[in-house]
Design a protein around this ligand. Structure first.
Ligand code: RNT
Ligand code: ZN
Length: 428
């Protein structure tokens, strides 16, 4: 390891030790944290089942950066490369449309075997898998409704898809020996103000109840439900609102999924974690970054990311939280997006773990808000960067921005060679 990395680390350690923080112990704890990398950043949310289908569901990818993965093999290669530049052991989050099969199979007919290649790969790589049924980019989702559809036949199709998805997830959990988190998000909603807000919500609740009827061992699969405030084309009403899923999840024992980009612009999820986990068992996080209408920018080291990390650490919520990412940026290198977002998420947790929480808690209980503000502000410039560099070196991944040249080389040697094929599909 580079001597200067070690020297800076030792200096930093002394400063933290003065506040009773054992940095080596913090790094052991940090190494336990797994982030679920969302496969859909690798190919602009296209998937492999319906390659010609436009992305729908009120979500959008902008940008046409070259080199997105066009096959499951390419996507796995890219994930491997990205994961090799991120410290720690992590998870991969799949969507149903990423099935790896030559069969022509519809969403309601999917079976575990259509994902066996993903499972074999995950085993070989020592990764866990998470799962999502796909309630968009499909002819039966074109009018914006799925599980709350008024047409019984369409609604039943989507119920079958939900059931099939849970069986796939159970298979992941069983095969990989790590619980799979299955996240249910559907875009259902109206562009304009509805007359009847209740009936679609009643149908959604009924559909979900039916999907969850089958008992699945929670060692293998845990289901979560994700709300949203609005989407493109569902500006006035989303069936699965926050209140809907908070009520649904808590009464049905399901995990609540909070996406950082799914709330009012001044509303933050960091302030919700302690309440949700006070009453609920499990949380799934979609760490994302909202920018105006778009909820899906690459995660940066902003105040909200830091606050989410602090909440998870201070409240000891990590053991009950599945920490995943959810953004899709088609305007930059697809691997870099994963790497930046994941490294930032881990780095934010490190920063949170390097705060003298017990001392700060005591100061707050004593009512000394002057010291609380003074110390939390001073800690913002404590040398966490030296600890982060050491952690990366210790985990055998590039220190600081060294990873960028590896990504650039990979782009030149691998991604740009895909360009012809990628363009063809983009234009089709
Ligand atoms: C959409 C939700 C959802 C999706 C993924 C692709 O607004 O955030 O989680 O981004 O399922
Ligand atoms: Zn999300």
């Amino acid at each position: 390891m580079d001597q200067s990395v070690i020297t800076s680390y030792n200096e930093a350690k002394k400063l933290y030790a003065a506040h009773g923080i054992d940095v080596d112990a913090v790094l052991d704890k940090l190494a336990e944290v797994k982030v679920s990398l969302h496969c859909w950043q690798g190919d602009d949310v296209r998937g492999f089942l319906f390659r010609d289908k436009e992305l729908s569901g009120g979500i959008a990818v902008t940008g046409s950066y070259p080199g997105r993965a066009r096959t499951p093999r390419e996507l796995r290669d890219d994930l491997e490369k990205a994961l090799s530049l991120i410290p720690g052991k992590h998870r991969v989050n799949l969507h149903a449309i990423y099935a790896d099969t030559d069969e022509k199979v519809d969403l309601d007919e999917l079976e575990p075997r259509h994902f066996q290649k993903w499972v074999d790969w995950a085993k070989e790589q020592g990764l866990a898998l998470d799962f999502n049924p796909t309630y968009f980019s499909h002819p039966k989702a074109e009018d914006g409704f799925t599980l709350s559809h008024p047409d019984e036949e369409i609604r039943r199709f989507w119920i079958r898809h939900g059931k099939a998805s849970r069986r796939i997830a159970e298979h992941f959990g069983r095969e990989l020996g790590q619980t799979c988190y299955t996240n249910f998000w559907m875009p259902d909603g109206y562009k304009d103000a509805p007359v009847d807000r209740l009936a679609p919500r009643q149908r959604l609740a009924d559909s979900l109840d039916e999907i969850f009827e089958e008992q699945i061992d929670e060692r293998y699969n845990i289901d979560g439900v994700e709300s949203k405030l609005f989407g493109i084309g569902s500006e006035s009403y989303v069936v699965g609102s926050h209140e809907f899923y908070l009520g649904y999840g808590l009464t049905r024992g399901k995990a609540i999924t909070l996406d950082a980009g799914h709330f009012h612009p001044t509303e933050v999820i960091s302030n919700k974690l302690s309440s949700v986990l006070l009453f609920g068992k499990q949380l799934i996080l979609h760490v994302s970054r909202p920018v105006r209408w778009d909820s899906d920018h690459v995660v940066t080291m902003d105040d909200e990311l830091l606050e989410i990390a602090r909440e998870l650490v201070r409240g000891d919520l990590l053991p009950r939280t599945s920490l995943g990412l959810d953004f899709f940026d088609g305007s930059i290198n697809h691997l870099a997006a994963w790497i930046i977002g994941t490294r930032n998420t881990i780095k934010a947790l490190l920063r949170a773990m390097l705060e003298p929480v017990d001392k700060l808690r005591q100061i707050e209980r004593d009512g000394d808000f002057t010291s609380r503000l003074a110390l939390t502000e001073e800690f913002k410039s404590y040398p966490f960067g030296a600890v982060w560099d050491y952690y990366c070196a210790k985990q055998n991944v590039p220190v600081r921005e060294e990873w960028l040249s590896e990504v650039k080389n990979h782009e030149r040697d691998v991604l740009l060679k895909r360009e012809g094929g990628a363009k063809e599909t983009v234009n089709s």
